[in-house]
Design a protein around this ligand. Structure first.
Ligand SMILES: O=C(O)CCC(=O)C(=O)O
Ligand SMILES: [Fe+2]
Length: 247
């Protein structure tokens, strides 16, 4: 399994690429069964307007929950692993991140988020490493059903800004008027997908949780795979954005 040159070009230009059908049906079934075993039947859960949402503390973000055994985790799936290794030459390592469920809010009018955030080492407090992001949905996500929103090309914008103003690598760039003006014109894109499709994303892309206006919970699984040497180039703003990659 490998990305085509067109998919690599899309990943480089947009900062993310959706690759269809990378997870076997048996693995999806296994994940669904593990979620049911852990959390019971959540099908009735809905985010209430103006009152405390049902189960919210339990299911909005399930820090620490991992599928087990390890072979069932997203980053271990053979087709996913093959693409991860193609992108990074085996340098992106690690295990799955969080399962994030978005409760349905069909009663509110659907809207795109106003602003995005960055997970990677340009992000909040710079504690997150240089990483490759993976996202998948455990059940199909329809349009306006809570697909993650990405700002296409914003990984390049952030890098261009920091090449010009390296002093802002301390994260202050995110409030800089020039940076805000540079990202203002980017139209964010919601990315719905089928269960088992995988989104590969660059760690410095702006993205955000969206509004789930469907009638079903959005089951998202997000893995962040750090580059094994990231501490050695934490302050690097390379002349070639793809210096640490193998594409
Ligand atoms: O819930 C989402 O769609 C996005 C989650 C996210 O940004 C993250 O886990 O870093
Ligand atoms: Fe994020």
């Amino acid at each position: 399994m490998a990305l085509t040159s067109a998919q690599i070009a899309a990943f480089k230009a947009l900062g993310y690429v959706v690759v269809r059908n990378l997870i076997q049906a048996s693995v999806l079934d296994n994940w669904r069964a593990q979620i049911r075993a852990k959390f019971g039947d959540l099908s009735g859960a809905q985010k209430a307007v103006g009152s405390r949402p049902q189960h919210r503390a339990d299911i909005a973000i399930l820090r620490g929950f991992r599928f087990s055994p390890r072979e069932t985790q997203l980053a271990q799936q053979p087709k996913v692993k093959a693409i991860v290794d193609q992108l990074g030459g085996g340098q992106f390592c690690g295990e799955d991140g969080n399962l994030r469920l978005l409760l349905p809010e069909p009663q509110r009018e659907w809207h795109l988020p106003d602003r995005g955030h960055i997970d990677g080492y340009l992000g909040k407090r710079r504690t997150m490493p240089f990483l490759l992001g993976l996202a998948t949905y455990i059940y199909d996500v329809e349009a306006r059903g809570g697909g993650t929103v990405f700002w296409p090309g914003s990984h390049i914008t952030s890098w261009e800004f920091l090449r010009k103003y390296p002093g802002h690598l301390d994260r202050s760039f995110k409030e800089h008027p020039e940076y805000l003006a540079m990202v203002e014109d980017i139209q964010p894109v919601e990315v719905p997908a089928k269960a088992g499709d995988v989104i590969f994303w660059h760690c410095n892309i702006l993205h955000e949780t969206s509004h789930n206006a469907s009638n079903h919970i959005r089951y998202g699984l997000f893995a962040r795979l750090p580059h094994k040497d990231q501490e050695m180039f934490q302050d690097e703003i390379p002349a070639d954005l793809w210096k640490r990659w193998r594409i």
